[in-house]
Design a protein around this ligand. Structure first.
Ligand code: BGC
Length: 361
């Protein structure tokens, strides 16, 4: 392993090692960003996956808080998008179809008849090119998605920069440009368990979401088009409450997702990067706050997680041992003219930033 001490003023160190080789014979590297406060993030070039995220608890003990695997082969075999970058379109597009300027496009479908998280080989399954930005304590990943890859128009040049800071924040900054009008909706799919124990359900995590409305879905988890008030529903996280409090309520939307698997319509959409949501785990004292300029956030409570996937702490993952907070535009936006647009034009730059800030209380 070769460890590099960055500039005098920048306390972040970045080390690099080989993580594995894909079944196609491509070498995959792992980069570990460390600060002076006990936080460290390991990111691999396959899928831009955060494989490990060590964060101190209230006693100062750093433990891993993201689900994942030890081996590249496990990621290649089957993954519920553990820790991965998602593109070109995070979440679902009904029937994989959408139109731009009257021309219909058909994407690969991989979730029944729908398109989910970029398709059969999305950004979570490609090998990215890495560049260490020494002065910034950052890792820049780049990927060129070719015209019509998975059915999407345009050559899309994508850059995702992971930056670790000394206040225990991991920032994810996304940029993309295209040479043909297209759609883009990138996100990060880490599954958090702030207890550090991946056998424990996440139901006791206390969550807050700054949203007055959410996006109801049909049985295939495609938005109905309505944006519904959270007031007097189990979807009201405006005041902090445990994930478990209402998850089993007699509610048709919860039955459809087998729990929370919905996008919230975040408040203050014109304010740029602002607080979106938080999760607090009382035993460890760990608090995660998510900041973003995106209009929506998907809370997914790991409802389909359990059964077969090898837990990196030993054994097999079970349902609801991790939750995702995926900042994004609403699902199926290309087919809902009243949802914020996900169109990217040649000459414009897609640019969005999400920060995961950790502290203890
Ligand atoms: C989706 C779930 C899906 C999961 C994949 C989440 O982002 O909302 O419906 O099952 O990703 O593991």
């Amino acid at each position: 392993m070769n460890s590099t001490q960055i500039t005098k003023n920048n306390p972040i160190t970045i080390s690099e090692e080989v993580f594995g080789t894909t079944t196609d014979g491509v070498s995959v590297k792992s980069f570990t960003l460390k600060n002076e406060k006990g936080m460290e993030a390991s990111i691999i070039t396959y899928g831009g996956i955060i494989t490990t995220l060590k964060v101190p608890n209230k006693k100062g003990v750093s433990e891993d808080v993201v689900l994942g695997y030890k081996l590249l082969a496990s990621y290649e075999k089957a993954t519920p998008y553990f820790g991965a970058l998602i593109g070109r379109y995070g979440n679902r597009i009904a029937n994989g179809k959408f139109s731009i300027d009257g021309k219909e496009y058909a994407l690969k479908t991989n979730d029944g008849s729908n398109h989910l998280h970029g398709g059969v080989k999305g950004f979570d399954k490609v090998v990215w090119t890495a560049e260490v930005l020494k002065d910034k304590g950052a890792l820049k990943l780049s990927y060129l998605s070719k015209d019509m890859e998975e059915g999407y128009p345009g050559n899309l040049n994508t850059e995702v920069t992971y930056t670790l800071t000394n206040d225990n924040t991991l920032e994810v900054a996304y940029q993309a440009t295209t040479d043909k009008k297209t759609i883009v909706n990138l996100t990060q799919h880490s599954y958090f368990n702030l207890s550090g124990d991946f056998t424990k359900p996440i139901l006791d995590h206390i969550v807050k979401i700054n949203a007055d409305r959410f996006v109801p879905v049909n049985r295939a988890l495609i938005p109905t088009g309505e944006l519904k008030e959270v007031a007097n529903t189990p979807f009201d996280f405006r005041e902090p409450k445990t994930i478990g409090q209402d998850i089993n309520a007699d509610n048709e939307q919860l039955k459809r997702g087998l729990g929370y698997d919905h996008c919230w319509v975040l408040n203050d959409q014109n304010e740029g990067i602002r607080f979106t949501s938080s999760a607090y785990e009382p035993n460890s004292g760990r608090l995660l706050e998510v900041f973003s300029d995106e209009p929506g956030i998907q809370l997914y409570t790991g409802n389909f997680l359990g059964g077969t996937l090898p837990n990196k702490q030993g054994g097999i993952y079970t349902n609801r041992t991790g939750f995702c907070l995926e900042t994004q535009h609403y699902p199926n936006s290309p087919n809902q003219k009243d949802f914020p647009s996900t169109i990217l034009k040649p000459g414009d730059t897609y640019s969005t930033t999400t920060s995961f800030k950790f502290s203890v209380k």
